[in-house]
Design a protein around this ligand. Structure first.
Ligand code: ADE
Ligand code: ZN
Length: 339
């Protein structure tokens, strides 16, 4: 008997390439950690927190996102946060994940960089040894802060070069173009980091050009607004640039007003390489399978198209060519027996 689209998605091996670990912080764990650290939160219950998750743009969300992470203090907190995410997506057949963290969201409150990264890294190592997952860690700079702060963070990151594969750029996009971090990216590239950046989420196509030409990115986070510029679309297709698309995030942050109008199908038709990701699952209504399912239902995606998207998630990952091929083979086998 043919499996339903939901069952097909649940069993589909997939990679997550756009996930802010602080955005996976569920209110239940937030209360638990606040209590053990004797920190105040301005909400009285999990329900009250969830009611506050109504956003009309990116900044609305970021304000509450930075507030939420304020309770994280000890290495164990960062371990618990990361392990909670890993345990969740492991059950969703996410077999590879590339997660971002925002060091400045912690170091600016006096938490040592080492505390943050050691907790996250320990959970990622456990994901590898206990669950057989593969993982990558991406250190993101907050673009609303200045270049000096990014350089300082890069210096911290260089002391943990063995734990970090890539650097990224996130936070408030409008008014903070990629050009602001051109020199930081140049230094990071010289140090051998892979490079990603958020661009074209709220910002114009011009910001995506800057991410390509000035930052020399290896992968683009979001990129929705590239579709406003035909030349840019052609360039991204020529480069086989991965676009880490986040459908439920786009809906929650009003980047699209209806998932039926989501550009993912158009991206595929234009020869781009979009993957499906959750961005900040605790805030936007779900992890990977919810994102796959909501998008499949809204855009009428077939099992074959969903398998193509999952293959793109491996193809545009930072895994080795051998690992990419192995994972893509898994998807081919899965599709052959489950369509
Ligand atoms: N930080 C966490 N989520 C983000 C997003 N969707 N865009 C920019 N910065 C972020
Ligand atoms: Zn993001």
């Amino acid at each position: 008997m043919a499996v339903s689209i939901k069952e097909f998605i649940e069993g589909l091996p997939k990679a997550e390439l756009h996930l802010h670990i602080e955005g996976s912080f569920e209110p239940e764990l937030m209360f638990e950690i606040a209590q053990r650290n004797k920190k105040e939160i301005r909400f009285n219950s999990v329900e009250e927190v969830k009611e506050a998750y109504n956003f009309s743009n990116l900044q609305d969300f970021l304000d509450i996102y930075y507030e939420g992470m304020n309770v994280l203090t000890t290495e164990q907190d960062y371990y618990d946060l990361t392990w909670a995410y890993i345990s969740k997506v492991y059950l969703e057949n996410v077999i590879h994940t590339e997660i971002m963290f925002d060091p400045q969201g912690h170091t600016d409150r006096g938490i040592p960089f080492d505390t943050v990264i050691n907790g996250i890294d320990r959970a990622l190592k456990d994901a590898q040894t206990k669950l057989g997952m593969t993982t990558v860690l991406i250190m993101s700079f907050l673009r609303h802060l200045d270049e000096e702060s990014a350089f300082k963070t890069l210096e911290d990151g260089l002391k943990h070069r063995d734990k970090i594969m890539a650097i990224g750029l996130d936070s408030s996009e409008l008014g903070n173009p990629p050009s602001k971090f051109e020199r930081v990216y140049k230094t990071a590239k010289e140090a051998g980091f892979k490079l990603v950046a958020h661009a074209g989420e709220e910002g114009p196509a011009e910001y995506v050009w800057e991410a390509l030409n000035l930052l020399d990115i290896d992968r683009l986070d979001h990129g929705n607004r590239c579709l406003e510029d035909e030349k840019l679309v052609a360039e991204l297709a020529k480069l086989k640039m991965g676009l880490t698309v986040c459908p439920l995030s786009n809906l929650k942050l009003c980047v699209v007003d209806d998932l039926k109008k989501h550009p993912l199908r158009t991206m595929l038709e234009k020869g781009l390489k979009p993957s499906i990701n959750s961005d900040d699952p605790a805030y936007f209504g779900g992890h990977m399978n919810n994102n796959y399912l909501a998008t499949a239902e809204a855009l009428d995606l077939t099992k074959k198209e969903l398998a193509t998207i999952a293959k793109i998630s491996f193809e545009t990952s930072f895994l080795s060519d051998f690992q990419k091929e192995e994972n893509i083979k898994l998807i081919d086998d899965y599709l052959a027996t489950n369509s």
